[in-house]
Ligand binder design. Structure first.
Ligand code: B16
Ligand code: MG
Length: 218
Protein backbone atom coordinates (compact mmCIF):
# COMPACT_ATOMS: atom_id res chain seq x y z
CA UNK A 1 0.00 0.00 0.00
CA UNK A 2 1.21 3.53 -0.80
CA UNK A 3 0.24 5.90 2.04
CA UNK A 4 2.58 8.88 1.76
CA UNK A 5 5.37 10.64 -0.12
CA UNK A 6 8.23 12.54 1.50
CA UNK A 7 10.04 15.15 -0.56
CA UNK A 8 13.51 16.56 -0.18
CA UNK A 9 13.46 20.25 -1.12
CA UNK A 10 16.69 21.33 -2.81
CA UNK A 11 17.16 19.37 -6.04
CA UNK A 12 13.75 17.68 -5.94
CA UNK A 13 11.12 20.44 -5.72
CA UNK A 14 13.33 23.43 -6.57
CA UNK A 15 16.88 24.12 -7.70
CA UNK A 16 18.27 26.12 -4.81
CA UNK A 17 21.70 24.46 -5.20
CA UNK A 18 22.74 27.19 -7.64
CA UNK A 19 22.04 29.82 -4.97
CA UNK A 20 23.93 27.83 -2.30
CA UNK A 21 26.80 27.70 -4.81
CA UNK A 22 26.86 31.47 -5.37
CA UNK A 23 26.69 32.25 -1.65
CA UNK A 24 29.30 29.65 -0.53
CA UNK A 25 31.65 30.63 -3.36
CA UNK A 26 31.60 34.28 -2.32
CA UNK A 27 32.33 33.36 1.29
CA UNK A 28 35.01 30.78 0.43
CA UNK A 29 36.89 32.99 -1.98
CA UNK A 30 36.48 36.39 -0.31
CA UNK A 31 36.60 35.50 3.39
CA UNK A 32 38.39 32.15 3.67
CA UNK A 33 40.75 32.40 0.70
CA UNK A 34 39.99 29.02 -0.88
CA UNK A 35 38.65 28.03 -4.25
CA UNK A 36 35.04 26.76 -4.44
CA UNK A 37 33.99 24.71 -7.47
CA UNK A 38 30.80 23.10 -8.76
CA UNK A 39 32.25 19.76 -7.59
CA UNK A 40 32.55 21.18 -4.08
CA UNK A 41 28.92 22.32 -4.27
CA UNK A 42 27.84 18.81 -5.32
CA UNK A 43 29.57 17.39 -2.24
CA UNK A 44 27.57 19.76 -0.01
CA UNK A 45 24.15 18.61 -1.26
CA UNK A 46 22.00 17.45 1.64
CA UNK A 47 24.56 18.48 4.28
CA UNK A 48 23.65 21.02 6.95
CA UNK A 49 24.95 24.59 6.91
CA UNK A 50 27.51 23.88 9.66
CA UNK A 51 28.74 20.71 7.93
CA UNK A 52 29.06 22.64 4.68
CA UNK A 53 31.25 25.27 6.36
CA UNK A 54 33.42 22.54 7.95
CA UNK A 55 33.94 21.04 4.49
CA UNK A 56 35.10 24.41 3.11
CA UNK A 57 37.35 25.08 6.12
CA UNK A 58 39.01 21.70 5.60
CA UNK A 59 40.51 23.19 2.41
CA UNK A 60 42.62 25.71 4.37
CA UNK A 61 45.20 25.56 7.16
CA UNK A 62 43.93 28.84 8.59
CA UNK A 63 42.28 28.60 12.02
CA UNK A 64 38.92 30.29 12.68
CA UNK A 65 37.29 30.69 16.11
CA UNK A 66 33.80 29.43 16.84
CA UNK A 67 32.62 33.03 16.75
CA UNK A 68 34.20 33.59 13.31
CA UNK A 69 32.51 30.45 12.04
CA UNK A 70 29.11 31.56 13.31
CA UNK A 71 29.46 34.92 11.61
CA UNK A 72 30.59 33.22 8.37
CA UNK A 73 27.46 31.05 8.38
CA UNK A 74 25.32 34.10 9.03
CA UNK A 75 26.98 36.02 6.21
CA UNK A 76 26.57 33.13 3.77
CA UNK A 77 22.94 32.74 4.79
CA UNK A 78 22.15 36.43 4.32
CA UNK A 79 23.54 36.24 0.80
CA UNK A 80 21.61 33.04 0.16
CA UNK A 81 18.38 34.59 1.49
CA UNK A 82 18.69 37.57 -0.82
CA UNK A 83 18.98 35.13 -3.75
CA UNK A 84 16.07 32.85 -2.76
CA UNK A 85 13.83 35.82 -1.93
CA UNK A 86 13.32 36.08 -5.71
CA UNK A 87 11.80 32.56 -5.99
CA UNK A 88 8.27 32.23 -7.37
CA UNK A 89 6.01 29.23 -8.16
CA UNK A 90 7.56 29.19 -11.65
CA UNK A 91 10.80 27.96 -10.03
CA UNK A 92 9.23 24.62 -9.06
CA UNK A 93 11.08 21.84 -10.91
CA UNK A 94 9.25 19.93 -13.69
CA UNK A 95 6.43 17.72 -12.43
CA UNK A 96 6.61 18.91 -8.80
CA UNK A 97 3.35 20.84 -8.72
CA UNK A 98 1.45 18.20 -10.72
CA UNK A 99 2.60 15.37 -8.42
CA UNK A 100 1.81 17.31 -5.22
CA UNK A 101 -1.65 18.17 -6.60
CA UNK A 102 -2.40 14.60 -7.61
CA UNK A 103 -1.33 13.32 -4.17
CA UNK A 104 -3.73 15.77 -2.54
CA UNK A 105 -6.54 14.75 -4.91
CA UNK A 106 -6.01 11.04 -4.18
CA UNK A 107 -5.72 11.38 -0.41
CA UNK A 108 -2.09 10.27 -0.26
CA UNK A 109 -0.17 12.31 2.29
CA UNK A 110 2.78 14.51 1.40
CA UNK A 111 5.55 15.92 3.59
CA UNK A 112 8.78 17.83 3.25
CA UNK A 113 12.00 16.27 4.60
CA UNK A 114 14.77 18.82 4.14
CA UNK A 115 18.03 19.72 5.88
CA UNK A 116 17.38 23.39 5.19
CA UNK A 117 16.52 25.81 7.97
CA UNK A 118 15.16 28.13 5.28
CA UNK A 119 12.62 25.56 4.04
CA UNK A 120 9.48 27.30 5.46
CA UNK A 121 10.28 30.53 3.64
CA UNK A 122 11.12 28.72 0.39
CA UNK A 123 7.91 26.64 0.26
CA UNK A 124 5.95 29.82 0.93
CA UNK A 125 7.64 31.51 -2.06
CA UNK A 126 6.93 28.43 -4.19
CA UNK A 127 3.24 28.47 -3.20
CA UNK A 128 3.12 24.84 -2.04
CA UNK A 129 2.46 25.23 1.71
CA UNK A 130 -1.14 23.96 1.36
CA UNK A 131 -0.02 20.90 -0.61
CA UNK A 132 2.21 19.63 2.23
CA UNK A 133 0.63 17.95 5.27
CA UNK A 134 3.81 18.14 7.34
CA UNK A 135 7.11 20.03 7.11
CA UNK A 136 10.25 18.55 8.67
CA UNK A 137 13.31 20.73 8.17
CA UNK A 138 16.67 21.66 9.69
CA UNK A 139 14.90 23.55 12.48
CA UNK A 140 13.00 20.44 13.56
CA UNK A 141 15.69 17.76 13.18
CA UNK A 142 19.37 18.37 13.87
CA UNK A 143 20.74 14.93 12.95
CA UNK A 144 21.81 15.32 9.32
CA UNK A 145 21.33 12.94 6.41
CA UNK A 146 22.55 10.16 5.96
CA UNK A 147 20.91 9.75 9.39
CA UNK A 148 17.26 8.86 8.66
CA UNK A 149 15.87 11.18 11.40
CA UNK A 150 14.36 13.77 9.04
CA UNK A 151 12.35 11.14 7.14
CA UNK A 152 11.45 9.06 10.21
CA UNK A 153 10.09 12.21 11.87
CA UNK A 154 8.06 12.98 8.74
CA UNK A 155 6.54 9.48 8.70
CA UNK A 156 5.84 9.67 12.42
CA UNK A 157 4.06 13.04 12.12
CA UNK A 158 2.02 11.76 9.17
CA UNK A 159 1.20 8.56 11.07
CA UNK A 160 2.46 6.27 8.30
CA UNK A 161 4.92 3.37 8.22
CA UNK A 162 8.20 3.78 6.26
CA UNK A 163 7.43 0.70 4.18
CA UNK A 164 4.29 2.41 2.87
CA UNK A 165 6.11 5.65 2.08
CA UNK A 166 8.17 6.88 -0.87
CA UNK A 167 11.08 9.30 -0.35
CA UNK A 168 12.16 11.47 -3.29
CA UNK A 169 15.83 12.49 -3.01
CA UNK A 170 18.56 13.91 -5.23
CA UNK A 171 21.58 13.63 -2.87
CA UNK A 172 23.66 10.53 -2.15
CA UNK A 173 23.41 11.29 1.58
CA UNK A 174 19.63 11.70 1.29
CA UNK A 175 19.15 8.41 -0.55
CA UNK A 176 21.27 6.71 2.13
CA UNK A 177 19.07 8.31 4.82
CA UNK A 178 15.89 7.05 3.14
CA UNK A 179 17.23 3.50 2.82
CA UNK A 180 18.52 3.53 6.42
CA UNK A 181 14.98 4.46 7.53
CA UNK A 182 13.39 1.58 5.63
CA UNK A 183 11.73 3.71 2.93
CA UNK A 184 11.29 3.07 -0.79
CA UNK A 185 13.51 5.68 -2.41
CA UNK A 186 13.06 7.34 -5.79
CA UNK A 187 16.31 9.08 -6.77
CA UNK A 188 16.15 12.28 -8.81
CA UNK A 189 19.13 12.52 -11.17
CA UNK A 190 21.34 9.99 -12.96
CA UNK A 191 21.11 6.27 -12.03
CA UNK A 192 24.94 5.94 -11.91
CA UNK A 193 25.13 8.77 -9.35
CA UNK A 194 22.48 7.27 -7.03
CA UNK A 195 23.16 3.50 -6.94
CA UNK A 196 21.41 3.04 -3.58
CA UNK A 197 18.05 4.35 -4.87
CA UNK A 198 15.33 1.79 -5.69
CA UNK A 199 14.37 3.63 -8.85
CA UNK A 200 15.79 6.75 -10.52
CA UNK A 201 14.14 9.38 -12.73
CA UNK A 202 15.53 12.63 -14.06
CA UNK A 203 12.71 14.70 -12.56
CA UNK A 204 9.24 14.39 -11.02
CA UNK A 205 7.47 14.75 -14.37
CA UNK A 206 8.37 11.06 -14.89
CA UNK A 207 6.48 10.00 -11.75
CA UNK A 208 2.76 9.23 -11.43
CA UNK A 209 0.91 7.75 -8.49
CA UNK A 210 -0.50 5.02 -10.75
CA UNK A 211 3.01 4.04 -11.84
CA UNK A 212 4.35 3.93 -8.30
CA UNK A 213 1.41 1.83 -7.15
CA UNK A 214 1.45 -0.63 -10.03
CA UNK A 215 5.24 -1.08 -10.15
CA UNK A 216 6.19 -1.05 -6.46
CA UNK A 217 3.21 -1.08 -4.08
CA UNK A 218 1.05 -3.93 -5.35
P1 B16 B 1 20.25 25.95 4.89
P2 B16 B 1 17.81 19.66 1.14
C1 B16 B 1 19.89 21.14 1.94
O1 B16 B 1 18.58 21.06 1.45
C2 B16 B 1 20.84 21.50 0.80
O2 B16 B 1 20.90 20.44 -0.13
C3 B16 B 1 22.21 21.73 1.36
O3 B16 B 1 23.10 22.10 0.32
C4 B16 B 1 22.14 22.83 2.42
O4 B16 B 1 23.43 23.04 3.01
C5 B16 B 1 21.15 22.41 3.50
O5 B16 B 1 19.88 22.19 2.91
C6 B16 B 1 21.02 23.44 4.60
O6 B16 B 1 20.43 24.58 4.08
O7 B16 B 1 21.56 26.65 4.92
O8 B16 B 1 19.18 26.65 4.10
O9 B16 B 1 19.76 25.59 6.29
O10 B16 B 1 18.45 19.11 -0.10
O11 B16 B 1 17.97 18.75 2.36
O12 B16 B 1 16.40 20.11 0.92
MG1 MG C 1 18.45 17.76 -1.98
Amino acid sequence: MLSACLFDLDGVLVDTAKHHYTAWKKLAEEKIGVNFTHEDNEALKGLSRAESLSYILSKTNREFSQEDQLSMMEEKNLNYLSLVSQLTPSDLLPGALELLQSLKASGIKAALGSASKNAPMIIEKLGIVDLLDVVVDGNVVTLSKPHPAVFLKGAELLGVAPEHTVVFEDAVSGVAAAKAGGFFCVGIGEPEALPQADYVVSDLSFVTIEDLKSKFFN
